[in-house]
Design a protein around this ligand. Structure first.
Ligand code: ADP
Ligand code: MG
Length: 396
């Protein structure tokens, strides 16, 4: 897909409406993780350097079309200013007189944060009049919020049709990395899909088996596949009603020449508690009260060999209950090996998903991955092969 980037934009003196995702976690009015704030800095810097007026548009939480004071973006102006290294003004509305007055007062290179777009019902409805009211304060539109691109909202999609539209730096980075992993990957390409539920990742599995050369299934969802193949899973988390669906995915993989890697050994325990006694077992060798909580060492070793024999890795979902050691072992070992290969330039390793990112961070190897997407829902929809409206609207 081709899109315009800021490299080709005429920025001097222009009012740039920039959709960002700064929906950061907060506690007691303080930002507890500023990853998303830092992610917008390259775009803000590029626009300021080009002499644009930087007008930030964003949502925060889910006010559902009403003004909810606790969901104001006002508390983010100061932390943003600190990171940008320049004042960040704030306007109490994203449209209307308050927004216009604040924009009119801007000088080239200034930064302004507008209030939560979701305070207006027109945002999530992608209402044309609301989008026009937003567009009234801009000469060009920049979308830097890949993580909100699976939503067709006024500020993520509608605006792109009303103003000259550009992909921001973070958007460009994300799209380029994702294309390298799944759009046009160096083969063989291996996928790892883990996590708790098959049910939330059916579309993803169905899409991946048509595109990948190999797919490893881990985590709680692997239990459903083991059960579907007739193995006892004891008291494990397992979506037994999806056994036929699991078999259908196995067949689909066969039709598309995607080699499936299901677990070949398991780690079980009676209790899911830190430091619980974990036992390595063969498939099906499980007592009624035991649960499968991690991938076994042989499974992990075979997965690492598959990585070494691949050029590209795309990973979503931990292999075990990584939050509770020792059940983090499989995920950590596989993550470290992938990071090692990526660092040595032998593997393009791309990962995404809320818990996956947390697991890679806990394993201390997120930095060595080629790319780690923090986009959550948008990343998953992209892995499902769906068109993201916010991205599609940028296409030239
Ligand atoms: P992501 O957020 O990266 O998309 P998911 O939300 O699908 O990942 O899955 C993460 C969850 O899966 C974690 O909370 C982890 O504890 C859980 N999980 C992994 N393996 C198992 C297992 N064997 N049994 C139960 N839950 C598991
Ligand atoms: Mg999750």
């Amino acid at each position: 897909m081709s899109f315009k980037t800021l490299d080709t934009a005429d920025l001097a003196g222009k009012r740039a409406l920039v959709r960002v995702d700064i929906n950061v976690p907060m506690a007691d009015g303080q930002v507890t993780d500023d990853t998303r704030l830092r992610a917008i800095l390259p775009t803000v810097a590029k626009l300021r350097a080009g002499g644009a007026k930087v007008i930030l548009l964003a949502h925060f939480d889910r006010p559902k079309g009403k003004r909810v004071p606790e969901m104001s973006l006002a508390p983010l102006a100061a932390p943003l200013a600190g990171l940008v290294g320049a004042p960040v003004a704030f306007a109490g509305d994203c449209i209307g007189p308050a927004a216009k007055a604040a924009v009119d007062a801007m000088k080239d290179g200034d930064v302004l944060l507008l209030e939560n777009t979701r305070f207006h019902a027109g945002e999530e409805k992608n209402d044309l009049d609301f989008a026009k009211a937003l567009a009234a304060n801009g000469d060009l539109y920049v979308n830097d919020a890949f993580s909100a691109a699976h939503r067709a909202h006024a500020s993520t999609e509608g605006l792109a049709h009303l103003l000259p539209a550009y992909a921001g730096e973070q958007m460009r980075l994300e799209l380029t990395a994702l294309d390298k992993a799944l759009g046009d990957p160096e083969r063989p390409v291996l996928g790892i899909v883990g996590g708790s539920k098959v049910s939330t990742k059916l579309d993803l599995l169905r899409n991946l088996v048509t595109k990948l050369d190999k797919l490893a299934i881990g985590g709680g969802m692997a239990n459903t596949f083991l059960y579907a193949q007739g193995h006892d899973v004891g008291a494990s988390y397992c979506e037994k009603e999806l056994a036929e669906t699991a078999r259908e995915i196995i067949r689909l993989a066969g039709q598309h020449n995607c080699k499936l890697f299901l677990p070949i050994d398991i780690v079980v325990a009676e209790k899911l508690a830190p430091g619980a006694a974990a036992r390595v077992r063969a498939l099906g060798a499980i007592d009624d009260e035991e649960r499968i909580l991690d991938a076994g060492p042989e499974t992990v070793e075979r997965l690492c060999r598959a990585m070494a024999n691949s050029k590209t890795l795309i990973w979503n979902g931990p292999l075990g209950v990584f939050e509770i050691p020792p059940f983090d072992k499989g995920t950590v070992a596989a993550a470290r090996y992938a990071a090692e290969l990526a660092k040595a330039g032998k593997l393009v390793a791309v990962a995404g998903g809320g818990d996956t990112v947390a697991a890679l961070n806990a394993a201390g190897c997120a930095d060595d991955f080629t790319f780690v997407s923090t986009a959550g829902g948008a990343f998953l929809e992209w892995m499902e092969g769906k068109e993201l409206p916010g991205v599609a609207a940028l296409a030239t």
